[in-house]
Ligand binder design. Structure first.
Ligand code: NAD
Ligand code: COI
Length: 331
């Protein structure tokens, strides 16, 4: 059996090659994202294995059908970049990896919250500039005294909420479908707006579906307490970036940690073609001493990547053995 894996980095390559040897499949590795243009490389494959934030579009699914490749097995959670209608039209099945390590993303959120509350970027900049005295005067805030607002209490949001509770913070939450087994300490709010009014630390864990476009807009940002911080490891489209920049510029917000960025695909295209990122919102945020920008790497730990690769390949084996998927996705 041949499997073609797209969008692979060095860590994934190591795990994929180990699995290919252990389970005896032929592996083709492609660094670029999967697209109709490079799909000929996958001819003869039982499935495409992929991870990308760029689109899985109609031409891609049409080409898969033409090459008789019936399955797209994602190595990640998010499915917001898939044209499900096109996948259905061409009879392509899709699987994802719904849980690979909520703990990895949770630890990243904790790091982001602490970096913002203790003003670590400002501190680094001051130290690099030899300004020891200003750095000594920068006072931080204690996470355990803050109200943490978690939007979306699925696999990741709930793990974040639990850690924040263990640290001693008051945890409030909003989810369209609150957990039925919620512990006493998890204080669900009746609306997103109610949560926003109290969240000193706001962290987003909902999918980047169209319906969630600009969930955090100018009006909602204005509802946050003064000096709140915002952490986005969900998807870039959840925040109106222009409104976020305005809230930072006016001093409404004390800081932001942006792992998933609204204009991520523009930046990706520039990087892939060897250019320096020039997207203006990205440049503005990058320059702010109270904003931490990371390139969509909250997920990126060794254990998480090992799970992502293994579970995706498990789905392909299940499908080729009896036509069933362990983690089917249907849009
Ligand atoms: P999940 O499906 O387990 O949970 C999502 C929760 O969001 C659900 O409980 C759902 O009811 C809720 N929800 C959806 N829309 C909502 C809305 N408008 N208002 C309130 N609640 C809403 O997903 P998860 O595993 O926790 O992952 C969440 C997201 O995190 C993924 O969709 C993905 O976009 C993102 N993610 C990012 C990284 C990263 O590296 N930055 C890694 C993995 C996942
Ligand atoms: C996800 O698993 O959905 C992520 O956001 C990780 C990313 C590498 C696509």
């Amino acid at each position: 059996m041949k499997i073609t894996a797209y969008g692979v980095n060095q860590t994934e390559t190591t795990f994929l090659q180990q699995l290919a040897q252990e389970r005896g499949f032929e592996l083709t590795l492609v660094k670029e994202w999967a697209s109709a243009e490079n799909l000929d490389l996958a001819a003869g494959s039982a499935a495409i294995n992929s991870l990308q934030t760029g689109p899985y579009d109609e031409p891609l699914f049409a080409k898969m059908a033409a090459l008789h490749i019936p399955l797209l097995a994602l190595r990640n959670v998010g499915t917001d970049n898939i044209d499900f209608a096109a996948a259905k039209k061409y009879g392509i099945q899709i699987s994802n990896v719904p849980v690979y390590s909520p703990e990895t993303i949770t630890e990243f959120v904790l790091m982001s919250a602490l970096r913002l509350l203790r003003r670590s970027k400002e501190m680094d900049l001051a130290i690099s500039a030899g300004e020891l005295n200003p750095a000594k005067k920068m006072v931080g805030r204690q996470l355990s005294t803050q109200v943490v607002g978690v939007v979306g209490t699925g696999h990741i949001g709930y793990t974040v909420a639990t850690l924040m509770h263990q640290i001693g913070a008051e945890v409030i939450a909003y989810d369209a479908y609150p957990r039925k087994d919620a512990p006493d300490w998890l204080h669900y709010q009746s609306s997103l707006e109610t949560l926003l009014q109290r969240a000193d630390v706001l962290t987003l864990h909902v999918p980047g579906l169209k319906a969630n476009d600009h969930l955090l807009n100018a009006e909602r940002l204005a509802m946050l307490p003064d000096d709140a911080i915002v952490i986005n490891t969900g998807r870039g489209n959840l925040i109106d970036t222009a409104a976020l920049i305005n809230a930072l510029n006016t001093g409404k917000l004390a800081g932001a940690a942006i792992d998933t960025f609204e204009f991520e695909s523009t930046i990706e295209d520039q990087i892939q073609s060897g250019q320096a990122p020039s997207e203006s919102h990205y440049l503005q945020l990058q320059d702010m001493p109270n904003v931490i920008m990371t390139p969509h790497i909250a997920y990126h730990s060794l254990g998480a990547v090992e799970n992502m690769v293994k579970i995706a390949i498990d789905n392909i084996f299940s499908f080729t053995q009896d036509g069933s998927l362990i983690n089917p996705v249907e849009g």
